[in-house]
Design a protein around this ligand. Sequence first.
Ligand code: UD1
Length: 432
Amino acid sequence: MDKIIIRGGRPLHGEIEVSGAKNAALPFLFAALLTEEECRFTNIPRVVDIRTALHLLTELGVEAEWRDDNEVVLRAPSVRHLEAPYELVKTMRASFLVLGPLLTRFGRARVSTPGGCAIGTRPVDIHLAGLQQLGAEIRLQEGYVEATASRLRGARISLDFPSVGATENLMMAATLADGPSQIENAACEPEIVALQTLLNAMGARVSGAGGPVIRIDGVARLYGAEQRVIPDRVEAGTFLIAGAMTSGQVFVRGARAEHLDAFVQKLRATGIGLEIEADGIAVTGDERPSRVDVITWPYPGFPTDLQAQMMALLTLGDGRSLITETVFENRFMHAQELTRLGADIHIRHNTAAVNGVAMLSGAPVMATDLRASVSLILAGLAARGKTEVSRVYHLDRGYEKIEEKLSQLGADIRRVSAEKDGTAEERRRTVV
Ligand code: UD1
């Protein structure tokens, strides 16, 4: 198990490029199941979640290969199995996105339920209710969802909650259904818009993504397509906070302000200087951030995936900030680790009261989930002294070459493999 070691307190300076969005790339990979023709995707980040998805797809019988650093080509003329096993689904909840495409194209699928995870119980009831409305017969057996339908029928589906994954699964399922479908109270995230663009490039007829009502006219078949993955808004937000927390000056190339509106507004409310440019966002952090309250909400609200990073920033705020998490039920595990670095945080139900301190100081801490781990990296960059973050496999699920990118900005950060700790063999790249 690797660790990341940071010697903090150095202001970050320079330019950093945002990778492709993992959360947009994953549904792209699963959408390749909808056609027998070749799909080619560029700007795919080389992170562990993508490797897990490709592993699952090749287990099903999909031909998948990396053509270039960030380019993947997939072909699914047929599939060997219509089953996604527990071992793979449990490691990544997004694997559940195989269900809609397999069912709509092949009439049958057996997919393990993802089960709980560190940030909550995370059920899949909204996915299943939607598929039933599209005419699927669903049985739950031995931890697996068994779904069948000779051909799905278009339907009007109103989601109980604008779940990102359920919206994506149902959009994909409805592309090959018989007749029109409408998904109401749909998730509005930029990744949903990106999926609509891909599906339409494959010959689907989808409109409305980005708003709460998505319309899909079912077609008989879909075709191959090429598509570039949008930049990762969560990674972009993370780097903006890194610049701000270290009193640095950083240009985040590829950051799209239109995907980060709620976040940009909150950052500005703390007094941090942001310059929105056509090809990215520049941040300048020179003073203590002012206190600010944050409530996470589905898009276009403040993203839950930037909550931990915002908490790291506000540990150094001037006053008491309240952070309320409404999307996930247990997403404050980073708070306890941040307190090991000197932060003053008190949690009550789904609200964290963060009393800003003048300074953090380095300590050993442990990552608990993907965004939690990056919040510890951010705090470590700002803290005086040495911070050691263990269990960084969580980080590798979603951040591409993070030590390399932060080093380029002047951070003193390196990866060591735990068993070689002391002799400290450095691995600056995550090889996926
Ligand atoms: C996606 C993102 C994740 C992000 C989340 C919310 C990907 C691969 N992951 O996850 O990074 O944090 O959106 O922005 O895109 N829920 C139900 N029943 C369901 C489905 C969801 O109760 O059938 C609940 C979940 O438990 C959770 C909330 O709805 O509390 C949001 O989940 P959802 O929007 O589905 O998130 P994911 O698609 O899993």
